[in-house]
Design a protein around this ligand. Structure first.
Ligand code: AMP
Length: 567
């Protein structure tokens, strides 16, 4: 099926073909002919990204009579961002429709500007319920000629407490109007609105009720809660061309994760409720134009974010309710695009996966935490992909003769190895000693429980292991400073530190065996330990002084310089 077959006005078909719409998405193929050929109302169960704006927008444009200077269509949406997005999509679709006026009004912006825009009556009004009520009270908007009304993201509008405003607005519009309600989920309040305010509501669902989008792959990764951040970084490293959202549950968590990612060199930023509207706009804009690869966000702040082609959604922590999971994961896998939703779960949180599976009727695939080598391989493939896609700069040929001359005796294999080494040596060095996070998980949960008593006894007997950090006398480290650092980083004064030795570049110290992981993790996440690498001295028990030269460390904190070898 193509758009021309749907019965839309040729100006509309021509406008959308210019922006590259060829075949209707499933929700469009279902909704557009229905609106054009029937009189009944529609309840559309579809998430953002399914193409629902065009599904209600194209017939709306088709039915608009631009010779009548009255507001004929109204779209209600929960957020300012969504209103702006809908109005801008409608303007794109109607670029070939003469003299059509589309205005968006929403809270969070000076009302005077919007009042001015309304001086000339729009044919189509896109509004948040609260701001619309305000404008109605001021007599700036009349709904008496509305014959096409859309409630977009109705479940979100109800979540945001707009139910009274919506019912009042519905009552202000003529009973003869056409109503289209879109919602990702179907709570009882939505069914009630359909029942009380809609005529013969015909249900159109893309996928089944509450089900997640079909082209999203759902994965989970088993983690230890103390290593959540480390696993997140590993996953981000594994997808060098990721363009995604990391969902956190609280503002605090969002800020912390985003800050750590930025310090660790990722192209990330935070979106949460503590930001001012202009800060929010700036972050969203950066993300929208893909100057930002990773957005760390709370569910509330991400509402209405109009990004269309996320490659990944990462659940840093799973949400409490399944509907939020559906919303989050629906942000990827948009029209004709594959997406991946990855949830970081501890063995205990894994229970929730089963219940989400039942709701969304999809099976999760367990994903292993990528190893350091797998990350390096991925990143190399990414680089090679970029190399084969790059177009040469026209001025490059002027530089090439020198390069040919210098490299004339280098074989093709050597040349490839050297070029790749330039980019990959830091990454390979970093990952050479990185802890095998997946192996640590395999020990979970039974062994850890079993081991802890034994380990406790060992610790009581003074059974310790030797750790080292890359700070020594050259860095003015002495035993007192080392103890201070350990206190600050580990923040556990009950831990007994054994023998301390300080060489020019390193400091060595013994800790009880059962505390090794706690110490290593603390170094990996603490701000105070930024830039410090901690490692376990292999094959040594504490107090057996080791000659560290030539020894490889087995466990390594994951702090490192801004990542290289990545875009
Ligand atoms: P929506 O679900 O309305 O937010 O749409 C998601 C994105 O898909 C928007 O960027 C639309 O411009 C785009 N889109 C909608 N319908 C189509 C289509 N039939 N073909 C290609 N892209 C589309």
């Amino acid at each position: 099926m193509i758009f021309k077959d749907l019965g839309l006005h040729p100006d509309i078909v021509s406008g959308i073909s210019e922006i590259g719409f060829e075949t209707p998405s499933p929700i469009q193929a279902a909704v557009i002919p229905y609106v054009l050929n029937n009189q009944d109302d529609i309840v559309g169960l579809a998430q953002t990204g399914t193409g629902k704006t065009a599904a209600f927008g194209l017939p709306m444009l088709h039915l608009t009579d631009t010779t009548r200077a009255v507001t004929q269509s109204l779209v209600l949406a929960p957020t300012r961002e969504l209103c702006v997005q809908i109005a801008s999509e409608l303007r794109k679709y109607s670029s070939k429709v003469a003299k059509i006026r589309i205005v968006a009004v929403y809270g969070g912006e000076d009302i005077r500007k919007q009042l001015k825009e309304l001086d000339q009556t729009p044919h189509i009004l896109v509004a948040t319920p609260g701001r619309l009520m305000d404008l109605m009270r001021r007599g700036k908007v009349s709904l008496v000629n509305i014959n096409y009304l859309v409630l977009d993201e109705a479940d979100e509008m109800l979540n945001m407490g707009f139910v009274d405003d919506i019912t009042e607005i519905l009552q202000e519009t003529p009973k003869t109007r056409r109503t289209l309600l879109f919602s990702a989920t179907m709570p009882q309040e939505i069914a009630d609105i359909a029942q009380n305010y809609m005529r013969n509501a015909h249900e159109i669902a893309v996928g089944k009720r509450g089900e997640a989008a079909q082209n999203v792959e759902h994965r989970y990764v088993l983690i230890k809660s103390t290593l959540r951040y480390e696993v997140l970084k590993r996953i981000l490293d594994y997808y060098p061309d990721i363009y995604g959202i990391v969902f956190c549950r609280t503002r605090m968590e969002t800020k912390e994760v985003a800050e750590k990612l930025m310090v660790d060199g990722y192209n990330a930023d935070a979106l949460h409720g503590d930001l001012s509207q202009s800060q929010r706009d700036a972050v969203m804009n950066k993300f929208r134009i893909k100057h930002l690869q990773i957005l760390v966000a709370t569910d509330v702040a991400a509402r209405g974010l109009d990004v269309n082609d996320l490659t990944h959604v990462i659940h840093y922590v799973l949400p409490d309710d399944k509907e939020t999971y559906t919303h989050r994961s629906g942000r990827t896998g948009r029209v004709n695009k594959e997406g991946t939703s990855i949830a970081l779960v501890t063995p205990r949180e894994k229970m929730s996966i089963k219940s989400i599976e039942r709701t969304i009727k999809r099976t999760f695939v367990e994903m292993e935490i990528p190893s350091g080598m797998a990350v390096c391989q991925r990143q190399m493939q990414h680089l090679l992909g970029q190399m084969s896609a790059v177009t040469m700069h026209p001025k490059l040929h002027k530089l090439l003769p020198d390069a040919y001359e210098i490299l004339k005796d280098v074989s093709k294999e050597e040349l490839i190895a050297q070029l790749i080494s330039v980019r990959f040596n830091p990454l390979l060095t970093y990952y050479e000693n990185a802890v095998d996070l997946q192996a640590m998980m395999r020990k979970e949960p039974k062994e850890e429980v079993k081991l802890s008593r034994r380990q406790k006894r060992q610790a009581d007997k003074g059974d310790t292991l030797r750790l080292k950090i890359n700070r020594g006398k050259n860095d003015k480290m002495d035993p007192r400073k080392l103890l201070g650092l350990l206190n600050d980083v580990v923040n556990d004064r009950s831990m007994v530190i054994g023998d301390i030795d300080i060489s020019a570049k390193f400091s060595f110290f013994d800790v009880p065996k059962d505390r090794v992981e706690q110490v290593v993790n603390a170094f990996a996440v603490s701000k105070r330990a930024r830039g410090i690498q901690i490692a376990m001295v292999k094959g040594t028990q504490g107090s057996q002084k080791s000659d560290v030269k030539g020894q490889r460390s087995e466990v390594k904190g994951q702090k490192r310089k801004p990542r290289r070898g990545q875009t």
